[in-house]
Design a protein around this ligand. Structure first.
Ligand code: COA
Length: 326
């Protein structure tokens, strides 16, 4: 039976750092508040002309190099993002052009912070179906361009970056064991970016009302995240007959350290098994898991035969997980 395997990873974050101390000068906040409530210390910010596809391109080049494949070998490109370069064409098509991956079909996925794991689920299904054999999956965001830098309740949370993986078909047992995707559209108002679509097309009024900035009900989102992630991670392990003690690493979406700790507690996992890098990047939405995965692979935290659990939660609402035998 064909299964999907991640054969290479890559990530990229813009050079510019914005620290909590920098934010203290911009809004009424403090390093202490941000660190205590979120765990975030700094985040990366894209340059004025730097787009989401630019970040995706850098991360993809690294993953391609590691895989030993050429861009022309890739037959499908999926980009998970809510901050694409433009509403149309897809950021995946722009990336295909930059990479000169002429054989590849290309499309975007919008599942907010769960986007990378939704993409992993789609890529896995295409590989299992046998229709595509070498897939480039990227999570890439420039949330800084959609952040209201006067709103202290959101601007301290987000950052920019991109992470990429290359997937290939395998018949071996080192592969993606399962993926799980969920949504609850009734809670869409907890986290949204209301402007720029057909509901609120761009007008002077929509700009003045700040509709092109991300909106969030932080406290309710926090509670919904903890609630859904608890059952998501236990159900994912149960579906594969794996005990938490067999896990070598949990790679969570990097939104808030307290949410991550609650999930780890639920599984009885000590924090040294949990990959955390949100102190350096903040919440990079769809990019957060592939950046953390890439860092874990490169620093030797993940080794062959390890069981790795990935989980995410985001706007939609959406939530998703994957269990991998590396
Ligand atoms: N600096 C200082 N004070 C701030 C602040 C900031 N950046 N942002 C909010 N506050 C204030 C609030 O105004 C509030 O003040 P009040 O009590 O006088 O009204 C107080 O801090 C508490 O606000 P609250 O929203 O209840 O804090 P919280 O403990 O829920 O933490 C979040 C806020 C945003 C950190 C937290 O809710 C969170 O992380 N939610 C999930 C967000 C998330 O992960 N979203 C993405 C999902 S993918």
């Amino acid at each position: 039976m064909l299964r999907a395997k991640i054969i290479a990873t890559g990530s990229y974050a813009p050079a510019k750092k914005l620290t909590n101390l920098d934010l203290e000068k911009m809004v009424d906040t403090s390093d202490e508040w941000i660190t205590e409530r979120t765990g975030i210390k700094e985040r990366r910010i894209a340059g004025e002309k730097q787009t989401t596809s630019d970040l995706a391109y850098e991360a993809s080049k690294i993953a391609l190099k590691q895989s030993g494949l050429k861009a022309k070998d890739i037959d499908l490109i999926i980009v998970a993002t809510v901050t694409g370069d433009m509403p149309m064409p897809s950021t995946a098509c722009l990336l295909q052009n930059r990479l000169e991956a002429k054989k590849a079909a290309a499309f975007d996925i919008n599942a907010a912070c769960s986007g990378f794991l939704y993409g992993l689920s789609v890529a896995e299904s295409f590989i299992k179906a046998g229709t595509h054999k070498k897939i480039l999956l990227v999570g890439a965001e420039t949330l800084s361009k959609f952040t209201d830098w006067k709103d202290r309740t959101t601007c301290v949370l987000f950052g920019d970056g991109a992470g990429a993986v290359i997937l290939e078909a395998t018949e071996g047992e080192n592969c993606i064991l399962s993926t799980h995707i969920h949504s609850d559209g009734s809670l869409w108002e907890l986290l949204n970016l209301p402007g720029g679509g057909s509901k609120n097309p761009p007008t002077k009024e929509s700009i003045n009302k700040g509709l092109h900035f991300l909106k969030m009900k932080g406290n309710e989102t926090f509670k919904a995240a903890v609630r859904t992630l608890e059952s998501l991670v236990t159900d994912t392990l149960k579906a594969n007959n794996i005990k938490p003690s067999q896990l070598s690493a949990l790679i969570p979406h990097q939104a808030n350290l307290r949410i991550i700790q609650a999930t780890a507690n639920r599984l009885g996992l000590s924090m040294d098994k949990v990959v955390v890098n949100l102190d350096r990047y903040g919440n990079t939405s769809a990019a957060s898991i592939p950046i953390a995965l890439d860092e874990a692979v490169r620093t030797g935290r993940i080794r062959k035969d390890d069981y790795i659990l990935l989980e995410a939660f985001g706007g939609g609402l959406t939530w998703a997980s994957a269990l991998i035998k590396w």
